[in-house]
Write a protein that binds this ligand. Structure first.
Ligand SMILES: *[C@@H]1O[C@H](CO)[C@@H](O)[C@H](O)[C@H]1NC(C)=O
Ligand SMILES: *[C@@H]1O[C@H](CO)[C@@H](O)[C@H](O)[C@H]1NC(C)=O
Ligand SMILES: *[C@@H]1O[C@H](CO)[C@@H](O)[C@H](O)[C@H]1NC(C)=O
Ligand SMILES: *[C@@H]1O[C@H](CO)[C@@H](O)[C@H](O)[C@H]1NC(C)=O
Ligand SMILES: *[C@@H]1O[C@H](CO)[C@@H](O)[C@H](O)[C@H]1NC(C)=O
Ligand SMILES: *[C@@H]1O[C@H](CO)[C@@H](O)[C@H](O)[C@H]1NC(C)=O
Length: 467
């Protein structure tokens, strides 16, 4: 029943209106109609409210309350040759060095050294010299502990194949190994997985895997070319592949952040780190971590290096000759912490680990190719590139545009705002230390898995895949 007060209100309004404009008949009747409709709606609303509260709760359950509402993950229990045995043979995964240290600590690698006085003392234990290719091991360890992991394949939305594709191919990429050598593991795993009863259900559409190298290491199209042809093998076609560099034109390639060195133990580690990089005194406008030998050839990195060295104290160079920067050093971290901007040209491929080292240190990345980040890590970075980064087209640099003057055009306020955006996104680009994740903050792993589950739900809609 509508309470009296609402009908009282209607009468009093109409009375006021009629006395003030008794001759305007048409607007008056229109108003009447309007008020009638409004009062009808109010009545319906009030009647709906009269239904007891607990009753409505049961009719419309709150979807947010189920942490696995996006689905559950089944992890294949693979023959050990596809993962654990590769780790056990870490000393022979690379033609030159042992990879054992790099893959230790569940893929986080060697504990960082030399950081005293560089980062807050209490955060030093959260730092490792993580290898840029260790992502497969990190994801595997985390996913085994995921709250939405299921042991029951029938209830799974996604099937994870914990194959260490990058570790398996690493050794065979160089020297005189044959294409057969490079393809062997991938052929084996695809044979294995296509024999599984849950594979045929979706032609692989609900399966995903991690490949801890760039996509081009798995895309050999001609025999004499680089890499394995893993991604071009028939069974791979519909499998979602998490990679540190994707092919932007392949829907099934998903770019995920390179592992960097910061592995917070708790939400509180993240907050402390964000506070630290936000309030850091930065004395250098920009910096460039790269190999000075590039300057000899007149390649693009050489141009950047020249500009940096010419910027009279406004730019700092870190010498990354050889592989010196591949597993992080305190010198790089310190340089990023001291700089407002960091230059991120493409390297041998379009992406580099340095993008994440830079942003974790609260430095604003400067890109020269769209494919370096904007077309790679959409799940992990802000939608608006301008909000957190600077883009200078490589041709402008080749034409003599001064990077220094482009960067100097940003006001202190603008720099602060962009840095705040970078800092806001730090959690999404780092991999937490605990194997079951952080308390409430979602890290890169969480974002990736949520993304995969969401995709798999989308695949069930008409217009996608097999149904
Ligand atoms: C590669 O070449 C070296 C000599 O240069 C040889 O010792 C080695 O057996 C070769 N490996 C393969 C797989 O052919
Ligand atoms: C899946 O389908 C393929 C091709 O139709 C078939 O050869 C294979 O035996 C099937 N596998 C299973 C486990 O049913
Ligand atoms: C660097 O400085 C030198 C001399 O000061 C100048 O000749 C050269 O053009 C400068 N190069 C760049 C890239 O600005
Ligand atoms: C990088 O890793 C290699 C092999 O694990 C090690 O020998 C080297 O000292 C490391 N470099 C740095 C800068 O930590
Ligand atoms: C670079 O210079 C060339 C020739 O001067 C010009 O045609 C081109 O438009 C310039 N490109 C950019 C991006 O400024
Ligand atoms: C990929 O999915 C499509 C559509 O469901 C299917 O026709 C095709 O056979 C699948 N490819 C492989 C290699 O499983």
């Amino acid at each position: 029943m509508p309470p009296n007060s609402s009908s009282d209100a209607i009468y009093s309004t109409t009375k006021t209106n009629s006395s003030s404009s008794s001759l305007q008949l048409q607007p008056f009747s229109f108003l009447w109609l309007l008020l009638f409709i409004v009062s009808l709606q109010v009545t319906i609303l009030i009647m709906a409210r009269a239904v007891p509260f607990y009753n409505r709760r049961t009719h419309f359950p709150n979807p947010v309350s189920d942490p696995c509402s996006s689905g559950r993950i089944f992890v294949y229990n693979l023959p050990l040759v596809f993962n654990q045995e590769l780790l056990d043979n870490c000393h022979e995964l690379d033609p030159w060095n042992s990879r054992c240290e790099a893959l230790s600590n569940g893929g986080l690698g060697r504990k960082a050294t030399g950081l005293s006085g560089v980062v807050p003392e209490e955060l030093i234990p959260a730092w490792y010299w993580t290898d840029q290719f260790a992502m497969e091991v990190i994801y595997h360890n985390r996913i085994l502990n995921h709250k939405c992991r299921t042991m029951e394949p029938d209830s799974a939305t996604a099937f994870y194949i914990p194959f260490y594709a990058g570790l398996a191919v690493g050794k065979y990429l160089w020297s005189n190994y044959t294409t057969k050598d490079r393809d062997r593991y991938c052929e084996m795993i695809l044979d294995w997985v296509r024999d599984q009863p849950y594979w045929n259900r979706s032609d692989g559409w609900d399966h995903f895997t991690t490949m801890g190298r760039i996509t081009w290491d798995f895309r050999r199209s001609k025999n004499e070319d680089w890499g394995s042809r893993c991604i071009y093998m028939p069974g791979m076609r519909n499998i979602t592949r998490l990679l540190i560099e994707r092919n932007p034109w392949d829907y099934f390639d998903v770019g995920v952040p390179y592992p960097s060195g910061f592995h917070p133990r708790s939400d509180s580690d993240i907050f402390q780190w964000q506070y630290f990089v936000r309030n850091r005194q930065r004395d250098t406008l920009f910096c460039f971590a790269g190999a000075p030998r590039g300057a000899v050839k007149n390649d693009f990195r050489g141009l950047l290096l020249n500009q940096c060295m010419n910027a009279s104290g406004l730019c700092r160079v870190v010498d990354c000759a050889g592989t010196r920067c591949s597993n992080g050093t305190s010198a790089i971290l310190e340089t990023f912490l001291d700089s407002d901007f960091c230059l991120q040209p493409r390297g041998d491929s379009f992406t580099r680990r340095s993008i994440f080292d830079c942003m974790v240190a609260g430095s604003i990345p400067v890109f020269f190719w769209h494919r370096t980040a904007y077309l790679q890590y959409q799940w992990f970075l802000p939608n608006d590139p301008k909000s957190y980064s600077v883009f200078i087209h490589r041709d402008e640099v080749k034409n003599g545009t001064s990077i220094q003057s482009v960067l100097q055009r940003y006001s202190r306020e603008e720099v602060k705002k962009m840095r705040e955006k970078v800092i806001e996104f730090i959690p999404k680009i780092i991999y937490a230390k605990p194997e079951n994740g952080l308390e409430s903050i979602k890290d890169a792993f969480d974002v990736a898995i949520d993304g995969v589950l969401k995709r798999n739900k989308e695949h069930e809609q008409p217009g996608y895949k097999w149904k």
